[in-house]
Ligand binder design. Structure first.
Ligand SMILES: [Zn+2]
Ligand SMILES: [Zn+2]
Length: 446
């Protein structure tokens, strides 16, 4: 594939698409759209890899392509607040040097990562369903259900084309916390026409429909109710719906709930500040919770991916300052294992079993729901939007190909993009050139 010509990047209206992360991999999502020399980005995330020693290696997209070809972004648009979508901002904001646009809750999560004293690029808070103009582009954030509040797809209109960038999404009529996917608006967008859909491939190989967060609440309740000792539940800190359910289940089963782990406490704080998790009863202080009888304790903790220094890792090692587990206690994994973390998680599970702690995971009971769409969800959304073409992203090549194969059965064309490929979207998507692409390892809190 040739290097791009000047006129492709700086004169032709295109529009053009290039992924600098997230295509052919999980993590480091960074997608660029260009027309007549004007470029915008969508998302700017981290990639995590766990090493054999159990440490996490953290990487961000390299911006060599922008430097080499003198591409300046006029805006960075953010779909939602997961690390694989916002985690690279603290590392790349200086180089990007453009304003950021996102919803208020996600903006707060981004602000909480940035040193206070620095002069940040402008961070604009958008309103869903209210299009904004950005040079040649018009962008509209569309609410979708996912596993964190304020998740969005983005409709881009540029050079006479209508592009729908799905972000991470699922369908769930009862998400408990956060938005229901905006079916009415999506159907209207479909009636007006969608040329290319750039979409989430995470669960595309899987059949069936998403499990509802309401079903997870029932599953957790059934699993927790008969337990005699302490109950510890580990889940992703950003899953505010799960925290909401666990607070209710604690009350319902005669327990008090508390949070263990820094990321859980800070996520809970941002959530409450934005009007989520207002229901009473809430969570009590860990020091108080630890003094109650074991059968009245429900702990929610970080560390579902086997991170040795997170709360669950320290509980398993018997080194947590606020809680010691005993035989007869139960740990529930209300989470999905991210591939690559198998070894550290197995180590933690065997340490817990060695202490006589019961383990329940989502293979044994319906205590977790994915935030990404399997095939029934894809069929439904694509029926509303009726895109002509698909570029499957947010997945490894296997997930992308399964996504495209499934879309073809619905009469949708397209191609599987790789990171760095410049794709012309002016007609049927086609690869026209290749830009340099790489991941760059960074310090975790750099
Ligand atoms: Zn996400
Ligand atoms: Zn994601």
């Amino acid at each position: 594939m040739p290097a791009p010509r000047f006129d492709q990047l700086h004169r032709h209206t295109g529009p053009y698409f290039v992924a600098l992360g997230g295509a052919g991999m999980f993590g480091a999502n960074l997608y660029l759209y260009g027309s007549a020399g004007q470029w915008i980005g969508i998302d700017c995330g981290l990639a995590l890899e766990s090493t054999a020693s159990g440490d996490n290696r953290v990487s961000v997209p390299s911006l060599t392509a922008l430097e080499k070809h003198d591409i300046k972004l006029s805006a960075l648009l953010i779909t939602h607040g997961h690390e694989d979508h916002i985690g690279a901002i603290p590392h790349l904001w200086r180089q990007l040097g453009c304003p950021l646009y996102t919803s208020p809750f996600t903006a707060q999560l981004i602000r909480s990562k940035l040193p206070q004293h620095l002069d940040w690029p402008a961070l604009h808070e958008i309103r869903p369903l209210q299009p904004i103009g950005l040079d040649a582009f018009q962008a509209e954030w569309i609410p979708v259900t996912h596993s964190i509040p304020e998740s969005h797809g983005i409709l881009l209109q540029v050079a006479g084309r209508r592009l729908y960038h799905s972000g991470d999404w699922k369908l769930d009529a009862q998400p408990l916390v956060g938005e229901v996917t905006a079916e009415g608006r999506l159907r209207a967008i479909g009636r007006e026409g969608v040329d290319v859909l750039i979409g989430d491939s995470t669960n595309a190989p899987g059949g069936g429909a998403s499990r509802s967060e309401a079903a997870v609440q029932d599953g957790l309740s059934d699993a927790i109710r008969p337990r005699a000792g302490r109950v510890v539940v580990t889940c992703f800190a950003s899953n505010l719906a799960r925290l909401h359910s666990l607070a209710l289940i604690a009350f319902d089963t005669g327990r008090y709930a508390g949070l263990l782990g820094r990321s859980l406490r800070s996520m809970h704080g941002v959530g409450r500040a934005h009007g989520y998790l207002q229901a009473r009863p809430g969570f009590i202080d860990p020091w108080e919770l630890g003094f109650l009888p074991p059968q009245q304790q429900l702990w929610i903790c970080t560390g579902s991916q086997g991170e040795p220094m997170a709360a669950l890792g320290r509980l398993a090692a018997g080194s947590h300052p606020q809680l010691t587990l005993e035989a007869g206690d139960t740990v529930l994994f209300s989470s999905r294992l991210i591939p690559g973390n198998e070894l550290p998680l197995e180590r933690i599970k065997s340490q817990l079993k060695g202490q006589g702690v019961h383990i329940i995971d989502d293979d044994m009971a319906p205590i977790h729901a994915s935030g990404h769409p399997p095939q029934d969800d894809l069929r439904e959304l694509y029926g509303w939007l009726r895109p002509r073409y698909l570029l499957p992203v947010h997945g490894e090549p296997y997930h992308q190909q399964a996504h495209l194969d499934f879309a073809r059965r619905l009469g949708i064309g397209g191609l599987v993009p790789a990171n760095g490929e410049l794709i012309d979207l002016s007609g049927q998507p086609c690869r026209v050139a290749e830009l340099p692409w790489a991941l760059r390892e960074v310090e975790r809190n750099g």
